[in-house]
Design a protein around this ligand. Structure first.
Ligand SMILES: [Mg+2]
Length: 265
């Protein structure tokens, strides 16, 4: 079955990277897939990096990617806001790269929190009280809330670190308002972006990721084949007890290459 797959959808954190460290074999697997003519996209819930930054990060570890092959919750949030709310002004609780993606998509940015129609929340690694207070003021003045993703934690070199759920929690509990839209996996916005880029049907594609909730649930929901890798947030014990399971479970992305090579023999 693995060899019938035409498109590969790779998560980044916990699948290709742990922090800034390349997970062993990720480069050779991806270069191998390209050499046999497979289509590839990188699909990440990260909202604090731009596609350009991601492209540079991949290149540094020997993986070449076109910007169009990189789909991030930052870029998908930007195109969603542009397409669906072209007249709206957006305030960001997030980082410079997210702002870069919004500017690229020509989304209107609010100059003051009080004039915002939407508050966009994302991972903010240098978050201050000042930032939170501005976001609070945006929502208190009527802005609706959208988040790039709602992951609880992100795997790093130092183990799991707090992710966007923590930033959302601060704003929801201080304003009494709820997030209305979560852009990242497992949302249909991400599925649509992937399928548009690959030009394939979901059943011709394999989602490879380390998270049951973000990657495997996402794949199952939209008809993709799925592979869980155990190099990130999920170990073998955590992979069970859900009402869905991955089609394949592999120790790491490295094994994927062996599996496909075997099928080619
Ligand atoms: Mg991941």
């Amino acid at each position: 079955m693995m060899n019938d797959i035409k498109g590969y959808v790779f998560d980044l954190d916990g699948t290709i990277f742990r922090g800034n460290q390349l997970i062993e074999g990720a480069d050779s697997t991806i270069n191998f897939l390209r050499s046999i003519g497979k289509k590839i996209v990188f699909l990440s819930n990260r909202g604090n990096i731009s596609r350009q930054r991601c492209k540079e990060k991949l290149l540094k570890v020997g993986i070449e990617a076109h910007t169009d092959e990189i789909i991030l919750s930052s870029s998908v949030a930007a195109s969603f806001l542009k397409n669906a709310y072209d007249q709206s002004k957006v305030w960001i609780l997030g980082e410079k790269d997210l702002e870069d993606e919004l500017r690229l998509a020509q989304v209107h940015l609010a100059k003051h929190p009080e004039e915002a129609d939407w508050l966009l929340i994302s991972l903010h690694e240098t978050l201050t009280y000042h930032d939170l207070n501005h976001a609070f003021k945006a929502v208190a003045s009527g802005a609706r809330i959208i988040a790039t993703n709602a992951d609880k934690y992100v795997p790093t070199e130092q183990g799991n670190s707090i992710d966007v759920a923590g930033m959302i929690g601060a704003i929801e509990s201080s304003t009494g308002r709820r997030v209305e839209i979560v852009v990242g996996k497992p949302s249909w916005l991400m599925a649509e972006a992937v399928l548009n880029q690959l030009g394939l049907s979901a059943e011709e594609c394999l989602v490879v990721g380390d998270s049951m909730e973000s990657d495997i649930a996402f794949g199952k929901m939209f008809g993709f084949k799925t592979t869980l890798v155990l190099t990130g947030s999920t170990d073998r014990a955590m992979a069970t007890g859900h009402n869905y399971e991955a089609d394949f479970t592999l120790e790491s992305i490295k094994e994927l290459k062996f599996l496909i090579e075997e099928g080619l023999r």
